[in-house]
Design a protein around this ligand. Structure first.
Ligand code: CTP
Length: 409
């Protein structure tokens, strides 16, 4: 049997990037031989094994043929006769279809190295279409390598367009889609992920609520970029520049969905878009079964981002309600993430990327002021149950009034 390093490990070494996990392909072996050598099988009908010591994945060289819709609709053909070239041709991109032997000799039948040099994300063969998830993968690689100047090859974009129009994307499971989306959002240029999905017509299938933002104007005084979709991409770009966590990036992507529902007659105003957007955010959250922290933050940011921007003008009672809605007394971190998302929203506007955002410190200070109200003295005064809750609210409001007086605009 011959063993080769394949996929991302070869690609990233050639790009001079750190290699995190290594995938191997085994040519000329049977499953029985692998088991006899101590490899552990991963699935029952999937010819992939784990190395007994390193735990890395070793796959038998295989060909795949599509037998139905969706990811389940595959039959695998793995046998010792399948060649390395046959295994590589069924892979997604040429830059992912190179192999390296233990001497470091490269097998590159589909010119991946040339595409690396030309900064091109290009499909290997028509077999690309066998897995619709690859539409998301290519967009994710575009987001990852945009800084190096990579772009999607025109033919590949066309194939992605055909796949998007074919209805195949609907067959993806929420779990597989979310894995790609969440990884893409954590790349250096997540806005490129959304842009590429849009360019190939996948955005209107996967996230029609985001697609609907493009072409919707906002008031130029607050939004020199005007277009709501362009704004959303800029907010995402800012979130990545400021190294925000996934929950903040997800909230940034969805914060303005309500603007896509505004009747044209009301443009460029978007009255109550924060509230109108909530049902859309809920729907997107559920479509991808996003993790709970992402879901919650997206809804809260959707509802309250304008409060964030107006923080310095808010009445103490509104501030108190805002802090309560975030359960800031038990979940201080979530409020920090809200502030971060608001700041990214404020900076994701043409020419305003470097603006100061004094609202952030003001909100932090308000949260601290409200949190310093101690329960103990109230207990000592004999408050209990619902009355204790009311007394706490009164004291917090008092603290917020004092805070506002100390911080006049
Ligand atoms: N692959 C593919 N089609 C998919 C998934 C994977 O062709 N839908 C192939 C590619 O050759 C890829 C390899 O399997 O390089 C390993 O896949 P994976 O580990 O998911 O990705 P990597 O390319 O290693 O990239 P990453 O750095 O994102 O892990």
């Amino acid at each position: 049997m011959q063993i080769y390093k394949v996929g991302g490990a070869v690609r990233d070494r050639l790009l001079g990037k750190p290699v995190t996990d290594i995938d191997w392909v085994v040519v000329g072996a049977t499953a029985e031989e692998m088991l006899a050598n101590g490899f552990r099988p991963v699935g029952s009908d999937f010819p992939v094994f784990l190395h007994p010591k390193s735990g890395e994945e070793y796959a038998l060289a295989r060909t795949e043929r599509k037998s139905g819709r969706g990811y389940g609709g595959f039959t695998f053909h793995a046998s010792p006769e399948v060649t390395l070239e046959e295994d590589l041709i069924r892979r997604d991109l040429t830059i992912n279809a190179m192999a390296e032997d233990d001497q470091g000799v490269l097998t590159d039948p589909y010119h991946g190295q040339q595409d690396l040099e030309n900064r091109l994300l290009r499909h290997v063969s028509p077999a690309f279409a066998e897995d619709p998830l690859r539409v998301l993968r290519v967009a994710r690689f575009a987001a990852r390598y945009a800084g190096l100047g990579f772009r999607v090859a025109p033919d590949t974009l066309e194939l992605m367009r055909q796949l998007s129009e074919s209805g195949e994307l609907e067959a993806l499971t929420p779990e597989r889609s979310w894995k790609e989306i969440s990884r893409a959002l954590m790349e250096d240029h997540p806005q490129v992920f959304i842009q590429v999905l849009r360019d190939c017509g996948a955005l209107k299938v996967l996230l029609p609520e985001v697609e609907a933002l493009f072409g919707v104007p906002q008031p130029v005084a607050h939004h020199p970029e005007i277009d709501s979709g362009v704004h959303t991409l800029s907010v995402l770009e800012q979130a990545a520049l400021h190294k925000q966590p996934l929950s903040v990036r997800w909230a940034c992507l969805l914060h303005d969905l309500g603007k896509g529902l505004t009747p044209q007659s009301e443009w460029p105003q978007h009255i109550a878009h924060e509230h109108k957007g909530l049902k859309l955010i809920k729907c997107v959250n559920e479509r991808f079964k996003a993790p709970r922290d992402c879901q919650e933050l997206a809804l809260l940011v959707g509802q309250y981002h304008t409060h964030g921007h107006r923080a310095l003008e808010l009445k103490p009672s509104t501030l108190a309600q805002l802090l309560q809605s975030f359960d800031v007394y038990r979940r201080p971190q979530r409020f920090e993430e809200f502030i971060a998302a608001c700041e990214m929203d404020a900076r994701g506007r043409l020419g305003l990327e470097e603006r100061a955002y004094p609202q952030a410190d003001y909100l932090r200070g308000a949260a601290t002021a409200a949190r310093t109200v101690a329960v103990q003295p109230l207990l000592e005064q004999g408050f209990k149950g619902p009355e204790l809750g009311e007394a706490l609210k009164r004291e917090r409001l008092k603290a917020l009034k004092a805070y506002k007086e100390q911080h006049p605009q």
